[in-house]
Design a protein around this ligand. Structure first.
Ligand SMILES: Nc1nc2c(c(=O)[nH]1)N[C@H]1C(S)=C(S)[C@@H](COP(=O)(O)OP(=O)(O)OC[C@H]3O[C@@H](n4cnc5c(=O)[nH]c(N)nc54)[C@H](O)[C@@H]3O)O[C@H]1N2
Ligand SMILES: Nc1nc2c(c(=O)[nH]1)N[C@H]1C(S)=C(S)[C@@H](COP(=O)(O)OP(=O)(O)OC[C@H]3O[C@@H](n4cnc5c(=O)[nH]c(N)nc54)[C@H](O)[C@@H]3O)O[C@H]1N2
Ligand SMILES: [Mo]
Length: 762
């Protein structure tokens, strides 16, 4: 057994023990004071039976050729050689381009894949498809679909809200009160995009509390904040009404900082008319909000006064914008913070995503990171990322997005590398129907995920631990080498090699590889990067043998402190240069579902609506504590959290008793879109009328041939609504859905999610 040098994952840096080509155990690096339990998913992951051993083609596609098929996900596969795969795939790409044009390839390919700057699957697939002549692309993310559109319009940026957020140390030292809409879930601070090497959030919150700091957590789950806090559990999806009531209190009790609004914002007057109900006759008072959210007017009043009397940060989790009308919560949170007038003061103001990612609160590096050159996409057609089923089902139809009227292209080939739509997309029965319409689905993945099982052409990728790479994140001082820990599994190949072979066959091999091997690319990217820095870094060879490199960071940041200090020199990138509480631009779009100022909209999936009469439980489909999305669902940490092999559904004791449920039962969770099985955990940390079923259990249809089949494993996306946040952002709304839950009687069907499909020799 060999102990390998340190490597990096999205959820932490670690040393691994390796035996027989697999990771046998992992130990966090010594400097990580609060390592993530997600590391426990790595042992056994490299040789797991769910790995894709070699190239494979769906039987029906091989026999009948490209074309729409309802058999995706139910067919068997045929093993082919790499040569055959390359030929088939290159010919099919050529056919689609020749017959339908490059626009007919959807290379949205959204997903997190693995940490690593060179082998980053999305960078590889996008570079390749650009050189092929282009592809229909996607904009924004499932993470921040609404924020990514609304916040640049009203505060001039979305990235800087995270990258240049108020530092944890500043919060620990200066903040008195954290008012956390969506809580501040430490489970989510396990991870960061490019990898993460330290987890400072818990320690910072401990120091904050030791200084007397207080947390008010507004969330349906008590354990969204670890340790002491005031827990308020309103009806999910009503945060904007609560924020409005707090704003109403500030406005009517002369607690608004009008100097701040005057100097740094535009449009407060227009918003205040709405707030006070001058036009609609409905003041957004604590009484008004109480009817919506279920918190008492007294609680709201007291909170508003406490906020005005303290050094306060209003934080909004990312989950609050992953629901219908998701643009409103971050915009209204910012507006509330602006009314308090503390934006830009140490320990005061606004935060977005503390407890959503190990990024807000961490100091940004002073430099960019090495990157694979991407080139330009000759095709200009795109969709907002979560509109994928709409696009596939409605070619030629028009839709609204961010002030534009766009048309869905006619997609013939869907190309995915590094993501899992059967994890991330909503209404999976609908998505399966959408996938059935195209000629060809190509998937690169190391594992037989549901997306791979629904593909026509399956390309076995290596994992991050079977190749050399390096990685880092923009809010992490450590840039890490990621040396291969094991040989590639079976016939799996780096995505780079696959694209290089395809490019070769398609006639742009030299352009794609620039004549470099993996090793030469790492050297080249590092040197290019080093040459552009204004400080010295070691040679590549020295960096590689040291295993890591510490980058300079900007400590002690306060969000928008520079803007506060000088709003002219540091004007925001909004039309007015200021915070736009009223946006003329958005108002000018004329959307009914997102007007010129933040406001309350009644959603369909909520406890006080008509739909709740049939489906009376509000399901929170949040990020799993036991893994990253669907990744390494086979691992020990993920498996230990399952009940009878199914994803755990948490339910309040009262709601469980009403349904005669006991801990460990299997339940059917359903609505009119679909159903899944889950295992019961009864827990009073969950608000009444709410159930929680995290995302990430691999989709496992009881009858793979039936698009409407029940998922026997507990994937909540068979239930969620596939609708955008609004005409403005069209973001993902998967965080919430109404359901009913009943005890499942009889023998539950076996879970086959992690079993490979039937694979025949050629
Ligand atoms: N209902 C609901 N749905 C949601 C959410 C929610 O809150 N509620 N959250 C949404 C959010 S925020 C997100 S970000 C998405 C996440 O959705 P995804 O990012 O699509 O989910 P992952 O499971 O991370 O998928 C990554 C895939 O890449 C594969 N992979 C890893 N390394 C490599 C590699 O080197 N090459 C290739 N080719 N593949 C590789 C992994 O095996 C895995 O299958 O889910 C969204 N979906
Ligand atoms: N362990 C782990 N960490 C992760 C991920 C993962 O898969 N696993 N995924 C990462 C990714 S890609 C992203 S984008 C972030 C996402 O970060 P978030 O979107 O913030 O994460 P969630 O866990 O979906 O939601 C956080 C909490 O919001 C609360 N909440 C939900 N709805 C409401 C509501 O209507 N009102 C209020 N007040 N609270 C509500 C829920 O109780 C939930 O636990 O997480 C990242 N961190
Ligand atoms: Mo995300």
């Amino acid at each position: 057994m060999a102990s390998a040098p340190a490597s990096l994952s999205h959820w932490g840096a670690f040393h691994a023990q390796i035996a027989d080509g697999d990771i046998t155990s992992v130990h966090p690096i010594a400097t990580d004071v609060d390592p993530s339990p997600l590391l426990g998913n790595l042992p056994g992951s490299l040789r797991h039976r769910a790995r894709i051993a070699g190239p494979a083609v769906r039987r029906g596609w091989l026999d009948d050729g490209p074309g729409p098929s309802s058999n995706r996900g139910a067919d068997e596969f045929v093993a082919v050689s790499w040569d055959e795969l390359t030929e088939l795939l290159a010919d099919e790409l050529r056919r689609v381009v020749d017959q339908h044009g490059n626009e007919a390839i959807y290379g949205g390919s959204y997903g997190w894949a693995s940490a690593g700057r060179f082998h980053h699957a999305q960078s590889q697939v996008h570079r390749f498809l650009k050189m092929l002549g282009g592809y229909t692309f996607s904009r924004h993310s499932y993470s921040l679909g609404a924020t990514g559109v609304i916040m640049p319009r009203v505060v001039g940026t979305h990235d800087d809200l995270f990258k240049r957020s108020t530092n944890w140390d500043v919060i620990a030292e200066h903040t008195d009160l954290l008012v956390c809409f969506g809580g501040m879930a430490l489970k989510n601070t396990a991870i960061n995009h490019g990898g993460t090497t330290a987890h400072p959030a818990r320690g910072a919150l401990n120091r904050f509390r030791d200084r007397g700091g207080q947390i008010v957590s507004i969330s349906p789950l008590r354990d969204d904040v670890a340790g002491d806090c005031q827990w308020l559990a309103p009806a999910p999806g009503t945060d904007v009404a609560i924020m409005l009531a707090l704003a109403h209190m500030l406005a009517t009790e002369s607690l608004v900082d009008r100097n701040f609004l005057q100097r740094y914002c535009v449009g407060y007057d227009r918003f205040e008319r709405y707030l006070l109900g001058l036009d609609d006759g409905a003041p957004k008072s604590p009484e008004w909000a109480a009817d919506i959210c279920g918190l008492s007017p007294a609680t709201l009043r007291e909170l508003a006064r406490q906020m005005a009397a303290s050094r306060t940060i209003v934080t909004v989790s990312w989950s609050l914008q992953r629901i219908r009308y998701g643009e409103q919560a971050p915009w209204m949170g910012l507006t509330l913070a602006a009314m308090l007038g503390q934006i830009g003061l140490p320990g005061g103001g606004f935060g977005h995503g503390y407890g959503s990612m190990n990024e807000p609160g961490l100091a940004p590096t002073r430099c960019r990171l090495p990157a694979l050159p991407q080139g330009l996409n000759p095709v200009r057609t795109f969709i907002p990322v979560a509109a994928v089923s709409d696009m596939l089902l409605h070619p030629g139809e028009q839709f609204d997005f961010n002030g534009m009227r766009l048309t869905y292209p006619d997609i013939r080939c869907v190309y995915w590398a590094g993501g899992n739509p059967f994890h991330h997309h909503q209404n999976l029965p609908r998505f399966r129907r959408a996938l059935g319409r195209v000629d060809t689905v190509v998937v690169h993945d190391p594992y037989w995920t549901a997306m791979a099982k629904h593909a026509d052409i399956v390309v076995p990728s290596t994992t991050a631990y079977e190749r050399n790479d390096f990685s880092g994140s923009r809010n992490d001082p450590m840039f890490m080498a990621m040396p291969a820990l094991a040989e590639p599994y079976a016939q799996s190949c780096n995505d780079y090699q696959t694209f290089a072979a395809l490019a070769q066959r398609l006639g742009f091999g030299a352009e794609f590889t620039e004549g470099r091997t993996e090793e030469q690319w790492l050297h080249h990217m590092y040197r290019q990067w080093a040459a552009g820095l204004d400080f010295d870094v070691p040679t590549f060879e020295k960096f590689w043998s040291a295993g890591s490199l510490r980058l300079p960071v900007e400590d002690g940041l306060t969000l928008l402190a520079d803007f506060r200090a000088d709003p002219v020199a540091h004007r925001l990138a909004t039309p007015s240069g200021r915070i736009e509480i009223f946006s003329e631009t958005i108002d000018g779009f004329g959307y009914a579902d997102c007007v010129g100022h933040p406001r309350w909209y009644e959603p369909r999936e909520w406890l006080s609506g008509d739909r709740a009469k049939q489906y009376p439980l509000h399901l929170i489909a949040n990020q799993p504590a036991s893994r990253l999305h669907s990744q390494l669902d086979t691992g020990a940490t993920s498996q230990h959290a399952k009940i009878q092999g199914r994803e755990a559904l948490r339910i309040n004791p009262r709601d469980a008793a009403d349904r005669g449920l006991a801990d460990g039962d299997v339940v059917r969770v359903f609505n009119d879109r679909g159903s899944c099985l889950a295992g019961v955990v009864i827990d009073d940390a969950v608000r009444t009328d709410v159930v929680q079923l995290p995302t990430g259990a691999w989709y496992d249809p009881q009858d793979p041939a039936d698009v409407n089949a029940m998922c026997v494993h507990g994937n909540p996306n068979v239930l969620t609504d596939d609708q955008g946040t609004s005409s403005l952002a069209q973001g993902c709304t998967g965080a919430h859905v109404l359901v009913q839950v009943e005890k499942f009687t009889g023998t539950p069907p076996p879970v086959r999610a992690h079993e490979p499909p039937t694979l025949r020799p050629r």
